[in-house]
Design a protein around this ligand. Structure first.
Ligand code: AMP
Length: 290
């Protein structure tokens, strides 16, 4: 891959890069289509990175289907797929990691210790191997995007980071490879994540700005569905991820919910002004067309 990247650079090509863990859905394909706009060569990686999974998490069971992924990638014009084996990325004596000080302390950090260290480290390694000018990440993993942006700035990596809006199923569920784990009944309960965010948007539009009230409303809605267990519901600063008391400007509402044995995440930016409930479905959320 490094030789191929060097060859592309020598011919003056701009490299756009989309790192993934595979098992593609429309969210991944949206990132690739965005990547296509930013580079002469579009490289993606498929790597289920062991170091970002904690003990007892779903590393072993994470869905994999490289053949299907390859044909989907081809259909959106991917030039190179990099799918290394774990032992090619981490040898036995491996000991170097990237740790950020503050951003991993919030949201998913406490319930997934070491996760963002694993993410920041593997993304840095992938950047060094693929040598992209531009890299594309989804806003579905908002905290991850923020951490990558911060890391790129802190380390002066010469890579432009592009964020892509969340791609949703027709009913609003954020697409995720992990949705594949859900039973039919759990799938219905999984909709509570999107619905609680939507409810919060509407509440803010009605002039209620109190973060606690918004969190309470979202939590009640989620708990009213069977199989759900809240990990966190947060209303916070979209740059620092610190909790806020009020929604006075664009504010991140983020949540993680266990639905059965599947942990799902979702988020939205709450905006106190220029919001109309009727425009919400069509403009604030990108819903997959069927
Ligand atoms: P993953 O394979 O789940 O690690 O995701 C690879 C990339 O796709 C990450 O940048 C994710 O944020 C992004 N992604 C995953 N699901 C979605 C989605 N529903 N909408 C937009 N981006 C997504």
């Amino acid at each position: 891959m490094q030789q191929e990247a060097k060859r592309l650079l020598q011919t003056g090509k701009t490299i756009a890069f989309v790192p993934t863990m595979g098992y593609f859905h429309e969210g991944h394909l949206a990132l690739m289509r965005e990547g296509r706009k930013h580079g002469d060569a579009l490289i993606i990686s498929i790597f289920v990175n062991p170091t970002q999974f904690g003990p007892g998490e779903d590393f072993q069971g994470y869905p994999r289907d490289v053949n299907r992924d390859m044909s989907l990638a081809e259909s959106v014009g991917v030039d190179v797929i990099f799918a290394p084996e774990a032992k090619a990325m981490y040898d036995k004596a491996y000991q170097t990691h990237i740790d950020l000080e503050m951003l991993p302390r919030y949201l998913c950090g406490p319930s997934r210790p070491g996760h963002f260290r694993g993410v920041a480290t593997v993304v840095t390694k992938l950047f060094n191997i693929v040598k992209p000018h531009v890299a594309i990440f989804g806003k579905k993993d908002y905290q991850q995007l923020l951490i990558i942006q911060r890391m790129v700035r802190d380390l002066r990596l010469d890579i432009k980071i592009v964020g892509v809006p969340i791609v949703r199923e027709a009913d609003g569920l954020a697409m995720s490879s992990r949705n594949n784990y859900l039973s039919e009944n759990e799938r219905r309960s999984a909709l509570s994540l999107f619905q609680s965010l939507q409810q919060a948007q509407e509440t803010v539009a009605q002039g209620i700005r109190n973060a606690r009230e918004l969190i309470r409303g979202a939590s009640e809605l989620i708990r009213s569905y069977p199989y759900t267990k809240i990990d966190y519901v947060t209303v916070c600063d979209p740059e620092t991820l610190e909790d806020v008391d009020r929604v006075d400007g664009p504010t991140l509402m983020a949540l993680a919910v266990w639905v059965g044995k599947t942990r799902l995440i979702d988020n939205t930016i709450l905006k106190p002004s220029n919001y109309s409930g009727s425009k919400f479905q069509g403009s604030r959320f990108k819903v997959r067309e069927r």
